[in-house]
Design a protein around this ligand. Structure first.
Ligand SMILES: Cc1cc2nc3c(=O)[nH]c(=O)nc-3n(C[C@H](O)[C@H](O)[C@H](O)COP(=O)(O)OP(=O)(O)OC[C@H]3O[C@@H](n4cnc5c(N)ncnc54)[C@H](O)[C@@H]3O)c2cc1C
Length: 334
């Protein structure tokens, strides 16, 4: 069997960047076969325009505006079986990683998440690499065939170039018994309280704040900086434990793992439990008044100084450079 199926996760105006990365990876593992995109839910095929798949399938039905993990797993295994593809690549978002486990059981496939490299192996296997021990080592594993499902680590693979012409759009029917599956609400998922910006796990820029901000009101400085950059907002556990921001903001060992192009740590000391959640960021910038703070050991650029004048000045300059209207420029602990 050849060919690979990539799940395209809808966002308000398109598909997640993790979905585009999944399509690029699907091309690598399709072994000369077709790359098929699956777009779930209402809203037409517009969001998938320019995505370089050979065939584009859409599936619509009741409750598919926000499918549950069980529904995604059923749709993907059904589509892959119908189309005879050997591999499914799921976007490396929080939801995508959740789908991988259930899909692997349902489709009787070998599975992996957090994949940073993949090549074709012997006898239909895939050889994958992924970071372990908080990014301080990596492991290479053989995913045996004939079926594999995996999620790439966000930003580990580049997005493919846009397609010159759109792929023909086809529809796929719902599998038997689909109406009996639990919906998102029945699975007990509740939308997490998040920031206004992009989703933390897949943002290409993350600005995180720590206890150095001193008060929940001052945390606004981090949010203003993030907004000026179109970034997601993260936080250390000191911030979420203190209730300044919800636990969904937490980056680290017991929070979210992020791997953006740029991570800006503001008033964060760099405890190992925080570092393991962000050390795979491509560029790390730290702003901290203590030159001995451990965060500087992993930072590519460090600013030693008081965040209260520095962060508003940085936000102001970024807004100016980007031609954005002047925003709030408060300083000093709130
Ligand atoms: C089992 C376990 C799991 C954990 N999981 C996580 C996790 O997932 N994520 C996580 O983040 N932590 C986690 N922790 C907690 C972790 O050990 C640290 O306590 C926490 O990360 C510290 O947060 P912080 O850096 O914001 O605070 P602090 O360590 O107090 O650091 C604050 C920093 O702000 C700087 N600062 C102060 N004032 C200013 C100023 N005016 N300008 C500039 N800089 C200033 C200080 O120099 C200091 O470096 C975990 C701990 C345990 C035991």
């Amino acid at each position: 069997m050849t060919g690979a199926l990539a799940l395209l996760e809808r966002t308000a105006g398109g598909v997640t960047s993790a979905s585009r990365e999944a399509v690029g990876v699907a091309r690598t593992v399709a072994d000369g076969g077709a790359v098929v995109g699956l777009l779930v839910g209402p809203g037409g095929t517009g969001p998938a325009s320019g995505i370089p798949v050979d065939r584009l399938f859409t599936v619509e039905g009741p409750g598919l505006t926000d499918p549950s993990t069980a529904q995604y797993a059923a749709l993907l295994s059904h589509a892959a079986t119908q189309l005879g593809v050997a591999r499914i690549v799921v976007p490396g978002t929080a939801r995508g990683r959740d789908v991988v486990g259930r899909l692997a059981v349902r489709w009787a496939a070998s599975a992996a998440t957090g994949v940073t490299d993949v090549t074709l192996g012997e006898g239909g296997s895939l050889r994958i690499t992924r970071p372990v021990f908080g990014g301080r080592a990596s492991e290479t594993l053989e995913l045996p065939g004939p079926r594999q499902v995996f999620a790439p680590k966000p930003h580990a693979f580049s997005e493919p170039s846009a397609a010159a012409a759109p792929a023909p759009s086809e529809t796929i029917a719902l599998p038997d018994g689909f109406d009996k599956l639990p919906t998102r609400g029945a699975e007990g998922f509740e939308p997490t309280a998040g920031s206004k910006g992009p989703e933390l796990g897949e943002a290409s820029i993350v600005v995180s704040g720590g206890r150095g901000l001193r008060t929940p009101e001052s945390f606004r400085l981090v949010e203003d900086l993030a907004e000026s950059l179109g970034a997601a907002v993260g936080a250390s556990r000191a911030v979420t434990d203190a209730g300044w921001r919800p636990s969904s903001y937490q980056v680290g060992q017991t929070g979210r793992s992020v791997s953006p192009q740029l991570y800006i740590a503001v008033g964060i000391s760099g405890a190992i439990q925080h570092i393991v959640g962000m050390v795979s960021a491509r560029v790390i910038v730290a702003i901290n008044s203590d030159p001995q703070a451990p965060i500087f050991k992993v930072a590519d650029y460090g600013v030693v100084g008081d965040l209260f004048p520095i962060v508003p000045a940085l936000t102001k300059e970024i807004r100016k450079q980007r031609g954005l209207p002047a925003g709030p420029t408060g300083s000093g602990p709130g």
